[in-house]
Ligand binder design. Sequence first.
Ligand code: SF4
Length: 234
Amino acid sequence: MEVKSKINTLYQGGLLLFSIAPSAIVFLVLIAAGAGFLWSLASALIILFAIQITGLLYGSGIIRNPLILRISFWTLKMMQPVLSMPDHTPEKMVIAMNNRKAISECSRKFTGDETLILVPHCLQNHECSHRLTFNPESCERCGKCPIGDLLEIRSRFNAHFAIASGGTSARRIVERIEPSLIIAVACPVDLSLGILDVHPVTTVGVLNEWRNGPCFDTWVNPAELEAALEMFLQ
Ligand code: SF4
């Protein structure tokens, strides 16, 4: 509950910061045009409240387009150094907001054929000699990395499975498979940008663990993906 309210505060806070500039401009223009202090202030406040209310409508699922989430995200990104926010705070806000909406809005169950499990190549153990980005099936399930377990889960749910070597590769995979549901594993940056990119496809984001630092022998708990698939699939 505490995490949920922290995410909401961040999201609405980003929108509040964004609304300061247009509100101030309207206020100053109206003052200069002789509209009077109260009218100018009221107009500025209307803009501020309109942006906040649009944010609430997106959060409650009434508005589906993620433009307002993008605005909050990029505002927080710009203000991150000034506000001394920990690394990847805006990215984690996008992922949490998206997952919450995906769960609350999911009124239908998907089939395995409509589902894509998309994972980054850094999950593969660096000593593994197989070129999985071309053919994940060449994995020998040796247990040194989570790919083998993920392939087992993929088979159980009869879903598509792909390994992306980066953002462009992930985009191409999504264009080729045209899934209705994506269960995506990635780092905060790739995951947040990918989520904002693939709208209106329903996406569930799972962060990879950096046991050896970023982009190197990363890890994901297969049970997390399994739980997401059980929730969304028929
Ligand atoms: S589980 Fe598969 S991908 Fe991972 S190291 Fe073993 S053979 Fe390579």
